[in-house]
Design a protein around this ligand. Sequence first.
Ligand code: TPP
Ligand code: MG
Length: 570
Amino acid sequence: MTQQNPNVTVAQRIANILRRHGVEFIFGQSLPSAVILAAEAIGIRQIAYRQENMGGAMADGYARVSGKVGVVAAQNGPAATLLVPPLAEALKASVPIVALVQDVERDQTDRNAFQDLDQIALFQSCTKWVRRVTVPERIDDYVDAAFTAAASGRAGPAALLLPADLLRAEAKSPAVVRSKQLGHWPLDRVRPSDDALAEVASLIAAAHAPIIIAGGGVHCGGATHELAALQQEACLPVFTTNMGKGAVDEYHPLSAGVLGSLVGPRSLGRYSYGLVEDADLVILIGTRTNQNGTDTWRQIPSSARVVHIDVDPVEIGRNYEAIRLVGDARESLAALRAALTRVDLTRRHGDRARLEECIAQYWKGFELDRHDVVTSRSRPIRPERVMAELQDLLTGDVTVVADASYSSMWVLGQLRARASGMRFITPRGLAGLGWGVPLAIGAKVARPGKPVIAVVGDGGFAHSWAELETMVRMKLPVTIVVLNNGILGFQRDAETVKFGTYTTACHFAEVDHAKLAEACGCPAVRVEDPGELAFHLHRGMDQGPLLIEVMTDPAAHPPLSLFAKMDEAA
Ligand SMILES: Cc1ncc(C[n+]2csc(CCOP(=O)(O)OP(=O)(O)O)c2C)c(N)n1
Ligand SMILES: [Mg+2]
């Protein structure tokens, strides 16, 4: 129940409303002070970040893993502007975050007050919803509206602007008492019509070569069990997108790995791509069919029928005309499975052995092709060897996080999900550098008892060094693997392919990342011998925090289609 005490301030009422929504953590840095003080007073824990970019990304990692809405708080003006990047990532990646942002006092608006800025305009492009509260009695309405906007439909960020004087004002009792708990997501579960599902069930039964491409929406909707059951019952081969990785167990004989731009030499995609080319029915689930996820929209044959299950009707038909199944992934898949019990799946079962054999050959070809690099003893160390050592320690309980650039690609292309529902968290919404460490810290807040490992490049890590102190202070033991190749790897290689040369930004001066970590109280080691990797990775997962700086080969790059011609010529 909302507190009815007439003597509470708006800030105190906000804290009580947050508690009603089940909020346990606020990623903040003291501001808005009245709100944070009130929240801490009732047991909501502040995870105090060092910089707002990072606090927003922590709230993002927390929301992705916990199934709850992430809450981040910040000061007005410059602090608010630093929330734009993480909210933009959350918007593109469909992650619910409520940002509580202070605003100048109501009677000082538009007078060049200290740190005044048009924050409605600031957040309009990077949130689903932004409002400024001006009437104390309406605070319950507005907080609830922010949570509803974040957690409903296609989830995303919402910003609530809170004038500093409003927070100190007395919170008069609202006309209507609110009691709903809106802090989890997805808030609603909608499903397609029975007619549409029956049509798709018939198409699946009759198709010659149907496939599923599962996106991040399967994780958002908590639909991994339903997808695993569908894969099994209807004998459907499943690819995932980058963001969908872990939606299925990649050791299942009908799992064909991640589809996207990893199709060059020494990739799985190079083989598995054939299955997509041959498909006559493609079932997309929870994907925005983005450029990276489709290798620049090349991968789905124009001759194939496309079915698209998505909670966001606007995504259906954006890049591929499709049979529209608008709905939450879990509800829609459950309903599709029910519809499939009413059709004859003999054709699907009859094709299973062939498909399994085919997919086994893809994985075998991939293993053979990459054998030299995954077993390489060379120094500097091959990143594929780092991933192979990590793979040996993975269980379905480990959350693997990556930064943008090559670390994402090594994680998504070289690791193999051990269970359906295993999480691989990557900033693929906008692919921004610097998200790896804060996403991992947020994931650790959500799952304190389970190992979280972040793989980051040295360029991306430089955006987030300061949060090592946060990790230590807040006792959030993450294992951070820094792939130190001394360069902005993707930048150098992409420029080389496109221009034949690269700019002077690409090489760094030498940085001792282990010393940096130790200076913040985080144990650290620099690894130059690949034979030592397993020991330290194990140690990190067992008793982190630990920063493992791996001296990696600057000549190594993931098998992206962009480099395929160059790699084939080599
Ligand atoms: C915030 C941001 N700035 C710039 C870029 C452009 N960019 C993409 S990859 C990359 C190089 C990253 O280098 P590093 O983190 O060391 O990873 P590596 O490729 O070397 O493994 C750059 C600059 C970006 N994606 N995000
Ligand atoms: Mg680098």
